[in-house]
Design a protein around this ligand. Structure first.
Ligand code: PMP
Length: 467
């Protein structure tokens, strides 16, 4: 349908180049223009209401109308709208937020508290910054050959050149001549698809830790600097590893002096039912990267939290190789920092963690009760307020649909018709990561709408003899 002349949709088609968009289809179909939000819902230009099942991009943790965050931004803009942090400059929001993050961070890999915080504007920039910290540190420590990085297939760490190299999704690599040299990937810890017949979760975890060790030995431990992982993979389809996976991985890394970088961009700030995904999955990171819910996404800000060992390596560089020449104009920008401070206060004051534990348990149970036996649903996975639902062509044999049929995308489209904004990912997996403030009644409403969309999809697929 062609949008009316001069409408927002028509002007979008005329002028906007979108992230992650099929532009041929976009030129024809146009955008879904969202014009306002309230609680867990957003509204399009015609006033149609949608429940945001993924909190935007896994990020609008406090929903779409939090006045305290608006006030925090306005107050900071009036007081000091910009200052930077280069060459030892500082300001109160940067210091307050650093302190709050260190107080809340999980213990580091050597058991000591985390030590320092560096700010950037996005998850990708934070991951790039962490890579450069590690490379700089190893140059400073006189081991310039220790630079390789191992991440995982289906991991998602962003789209800048280095972060996209960490990412383990084919579409982010082959179409862009990536990964850069020195980035490697090991297997996805997805028992449902990747376990051998009869292999227990424990045995599967052991095998994957052995695979990592073989990879490190093959490359040479003296050349491998770091291992990168999301506690629960998000954009790769919400993959929850077996309980013993990370402890086994961590033991291998310690043995070969390889750093653990936890990408908490989605899992951080209670998403998985604990403050950090590291706590849910048994990880002690050397570096922790966070973003998104750090500011409830009202303004862009991300952080790299480093252990004392990493900080000492970076500090060492100033005298041995030259000053740490890395930073963004907006690193620690006072306005997003003020919003992030207010966000963390709201999490504490409203006991958002207790709320996520209760409502998350309800969402996980209700998803399984309602859809566990659905013929299209192969696997339901997740914990806290993050879940994945994988659609399959053959439930007994765990066989996915032909990707060309875009079955997940079709469910997402049907969801839109029934008042849901959804996200389809690898293997027709739908992700659920609603604002953390969602109530049990809103979860039920979301799942009612999902049930209607899923049944409609079933009818369509049967009619087309696909299911
Ligand atoms: N890491 C993870 C785990 C993510 O989910 C994302 C974004 N979805 C990123 C990094 C990249 O963040 P950004 O889009 O802000 O660059």
């Amino acid at each position: 349908m062609t949008p009316p002349r001069n409408s927002t949709a028509a002007r979008d088609i005329a002028y906007a180049l979108h992230p992650y968009t099929d532009h041929k289809a976009h030129l024809k179909d146009g955008p879904l223009v969202i014009s306002r939000g309230k609680g867990v819902r957003v509204y399009d230009e015609q006033g149609k209401e949608y429940i945001e099942t993924v909190a935007g991009l896994w990020c609008a943790s406090l929903g779409f109308d939090n006045e305290r965050l608006v006030e925090a931004a306005a107050a900071q803009m009036r007081k000091l709208p910009f200052y930077h942090a280069f060459t030892s400059k500082s300001h109160e929001p940067l210091v307050d937020l650093s302190e709050m993050l260190i107080e809340r961070a999980p213990p580091s890999a050597d058991g000591a508290p985390m030590s320092k915080v560096f700010f950037a504007n996005s998850g990708s920039e934070a991951n790039d910054s962490a890579i450069k910290m590690i490379w700089y540190m190893n140059n400073a420590l006189g081991r310039p050959e220790k630079k390789k990085i191992i991440a995982r297939l289906r991991g998602y760490h962003g789209i800048t050149l280095a972060a996209a190299s960490l990412t383990g999704l084919p579409a982010n690599h082959k179409l862009f001549d990536l990964p850069l040299p020195g980035f490697h990937h090991v297997s996805t810890p997805h028992h449902y698809h990747n376990a051998q017949p009869g292999e227990s979760e424990e045995a599967f975890a052991t095998r994957l830790a052995e695979e990592l060790e073989q990879k490190i030995l093959a490359e040479g431990p003296e050349t491998v600097a770091a291992f990168w992982a999301e506690p629960i993979m998000g954009a790769g389809g919400v993959v929850v590893p077996p309980a013993t996976y990370f402890p086994k991985i961590q033991a291998v890394l310690k043995k070969h002096d390889v750093l653990f970088v936890a990408d908490e961009v989605i899992c951080g700030f209670w998403r998985t039912g604990n403050y950090w995904g590291c706590q849910t999955l048994g990880i002690q990171p050397d570096i922790l990267v966070c973003a998104k819910a750090l500011s409830a996404s009202y303004l862009p800000i991300s952080a790299v939290i480093v252990s004392e060992k990493v900080f000492q390596g970076i500090a060492e560089g100033s005298s041995s190789i030259g000053t740490w020449g890395h930073g963004f104009t907006y690193s620690g920008h006072p306005v997003p920092a003020a919003v992030a401070i207010e966000t963390l206060k709201i999490y504490d004051e409203t006991d958002i963690g207790g709320h996520v534990k209760r409502v998350g348990a309800h969402m996980q149970a209700a998803l399984r009760e309602r859809f566990g036996d659905h013929p299209l649903v192969g696997e339901l996975r997740g914990t806290g307020l993050i879940a994945g639902m994988e659609l399959v062509a053959d439930k007994a044999k765990k066989v996915n649909f032909d990707p060309a049929k875009k079955v997940g995308g079709r469910l997402s489209k049907l969801g839109e018709k029934h008042g849901l904004i959804m996200r389809a990912m690898v293997n027709d997996s739908l992700g659920f990561s609603p604002p953390l403030i969602i109530t049990e009644a809103e979860v039920d409403e979301m799942l009612d709408r999902l049930g209607t969309a899923l049944d409609e999809l079933m009818v369509e697929l049967r009619r087309e003899s696909i299911a």
